[in-house]
Design a protein around this ligand. Sequence first.
Ligand code: ZN
Length: 475
Amino acid sequence: MNLRRYLPIAALFCAVAFASAAQIDDATKQLSRDIFRQLIEINTTDSTGSTTVAAEAMAKRLTDAGFPENDVQVLGPNARKKNLVARLHGTGGRRPILLIGHLDVVEAKREDWSTDPFQFIERDGYFYGRGTQDMKDADAIMVITLIRFRQEGYRPDRDIILALTADEEGGKSNGVDWLLQDHRDLIDAEYVLNPDGGGVYTQAGKAVMMSVDASEKIYADYQLEVKNPGGHSSLPVPDNAIYHLTDALARLERYRFPFELNEVTRTYFQRMAEVESGQTAADMRALAKNPPNRAAIARLSTDALFNAEMRTTCVATRLDAGHANNALPQTARAIVNCRILPGHTSEEVRRNIVQILADPSIAVRYVSDAGDISDTAPTERPSPAVTLRPDLMNALEKVSREMWPGAPVIPTMATGASDGVFTDGAGMPTYGVSGVAIDFNDVRAHGRDERVRVQSFYDGLEFYHRLLRTLTSPQ
Ligand SMILES: [Zn+2]
């Protein structure tokens, strides 16, 4: 889940604009709404839902629109977690572009919501339902865009591949990972667009910025463990497992990983300086200087998001120690969760933690996604920092200017993880790109009463149509 994050912009008063009205004919509008509704009303939760049903429904939409059966496949490692892969053939002038979107949604309980989360409801200018923000809106948009291209007889200069997949939010059958392992040929591409990240941010319906996720931090968990012979708590001794651990965690709390920018985060701060104002804007400009201004770094580091954009972070997330109220602890354990800058390895950070804790009685081990614990962490670099492709950035800026004039395009390194971590890791640079606008204060992904503005959905549809045409027309 690459939850659209709240961007803490305190003082936004830059020029803002409404989207120029999307030019979508009534038939396309109706079809789009029908496909969006169909997706919302198919339960795709890990517990009781099925992405297979959704994948098959979208496959039928595509073949009904004239896609050859050979170019539309539904496949997966188990019956309930299948994925859709479809291909619109181009002239083959360049390597394909891959579009990815997850079909699964986070659990939603009827009693928590004002309406049935698996019923598509239009009310007060919004579409409501689980997945309206994350990310069946974009799944529908990508399917419809392929159908429109087909109807228009459009021949791109490269293949456009669409993969709608299982288990991004959880579950053991991640579709992107599985496709890369078992069917790489089906989805191999020069680069990837993933509308699970990025998007247009609005205030009171007016566009403020278009955020584009480029590169993701790497997720890593570490287990800290102290063993001790223990003893009777009436006779305490200085060598105490809990105090060893808590003293060391206090050192970790005070430690800050080194400041480091890459192409994406440097551009992020430069462009955010135009959106922000006052001291914050001045500090963002000072970051780019060589050497960077230390006071500026310190001030910006007090903001959780800015801090996460400029360094690796590690934080204690769990603690577990002792076995009886009247005994000295024999074991004390903590879990530390790190989000690592691209270009660094999990093992490198494990060794950093050992140094920061500065206590040889503490074993620092790596915990894999599957929960396996090992003495060392992976040493391969999962993904290099993604670069900002000029062809993509130019196309984004052009289409964004047409639709949301005055709202800058701002690249962002995602601090959470999405399926892009797999495609980035497979050497296909991945960009979180979406034209669906959401208000800063209306981010409801994973939450109750998830919704998207009706107009935002159609604007997002028009955006993908224009963007993909720009990216796949001969230069
Ligand atoms: Zn998502």
